[in-house]
Design a binder for this molecule. Structure first.
Ligand SMILES: *[C@@H]1O[C@H](CO)[C@@H](O)[C@H](O)[C@H]1NC(C)=O
Ligand SMILES: *[C@@H]1O[C@H](CO)[C@@H](O)[C@H](O)[C@H]1NC(C)=O
Length: 307
């Protein structure tokens, strides 16, 4: 029975666009603040939802993460849904992302091993999300990422049932050598929808950034993402868009409403993107309209079913 369920999920994963959720929100009140996520999982049971668990720029220490009762309860609740795939967060730099692959290899390995301890504590972490991943071959990064990926996939001391790996360079660049390492996904476009960022805690994008689909549905994927990564890599690619409110400016000037949300989601599904996330707020919460996690999950499920 268990095997049948796993096989069925694997098949739908190959064809569909999954939901990916960067979960950096603290699970207040014994995990109650994550209720919109539990509800989205329950209401969309054939939508694989990849959830990046990040208590503390990593697995946390003696006083937080799995050792915090609220965190443990919340994470166990998430993991109890068959369509949830939990990923443990690690990062590769010691200077806030400036120099990729600068964290000593052993410290990243140590954090991956601590994520494996979550499995022993009853939270089925299925894989690792590597943030501050490289988008260039500088700094011996290809060997660094190859070694980490091999470690996650093959080390017999690790307990991860899924052994999945996501890289997050956050944008495009020279990603082909990293696609060649065959990670589950590369998050190659993370940006905002809104044209002008009035509240950095809400929108998170500043300076020059790709205003998502400002030239029409699918335009960011067609003109920024695919020319860089190659269309064949779309199924191994994730797109994350925050600040879904206001409007995204010229020339299409799409307004962040339910129709636009359906349009951007359908365009990503039509282009075989591996996983997407749209959210109205930044990382803080998932319940602000129009792009609540419930609305996004149900539109994505519908777009997958229609594809
Ligand atoms: C390792 O995890 C700790 C605790 O969560 C975090 O503070 C640290 O930045 C992490 N280091 C790396 C390289 O992932
Ligand atoms: C990767 O692993 C090889 C073989 O164990 C080792 O020689 C090399 O130093 C490692 N490279 C990095 C960047 O970790």
């Amino acid at each position: 029975m268990k095997w049948l369920l796993t096989a069925a999920l694997a098949v739908s994963s190959a064809a569909a666009t999954d939901l990916i959720v960067p979960l950096y929100q603290y699970p207040l009140d014994n995990g109650a603040v994550w209720q919109p996520i539990y509800d989205a999982l329950t209401s969309n049971q054939n939508l694989i939802t990849k959830i990046i668990v990040n208590p503390d720029s990593g697995p946390g220490g003696p006083a937080n993460g799995i050792n915090d009762g609220w965190y443990k309860t919340g994470a166990q609740n998430l993991a109890s849904h068959a369509n949830a795939q939990l990923f443990g967060y690690v990062h590769t730099s010691i200077d806030g992302g400036l120099t990729r692959c600068s964290a000593p290899y052993e410290t990243v390995v140590a954090n991956i091993t601590r994520w494996s301890d979550w499995v022993a504590a009853g939270v089925a972490i299925q894989g690792i999300f590597i943030d501050e991943a490289p988008a260039s071959t500088a700094n011996d990064c290809v060997a660094y990422m190859r070694n980490l990926t091999e470690f996650i996939r093959t080390d017999t001391s690790l307990r991860f049932p899924g052994r999945l790996v996501i890289y997050n360079p956050g944008g495009t660049g020279d990603l082909r050598p990293f696609y060649d390492l065959k990670p589950t996904l590369i998050l190659a476009l993370e940006t905002c929808f809104v044209a002008a960022s009035t509240d950095p805690n809400y929108d998170g994008c500043s300076g020059t950034y790709e205003r998502y689909d400002h030239a029409g549905f699918g335009s960011s994927i067609d003109t920024v993402l695919l020319p860089s990564i190659g269309a064949a890599n779309a199924p191994a690619t994730a797109v994350v868009v925050h600040g879904f409110h206001g409007s995204n400016g010229d020339p299409a000037n799409l307004v962040a409403d339910a129709n636009t949300l359906a349009g951007v989601i359908q365009a990503a599904v039509a282009r075989n993107i591996g996983a997407v996330f749209f959210n109205t707020a930044w990382y803080q919460k998932f319940s602000d309209a129009p792009a609540t996690i419930g609305a996004v999950a149900s539109l994505l499920r519908a777009a997958n079913a229609a594809a």
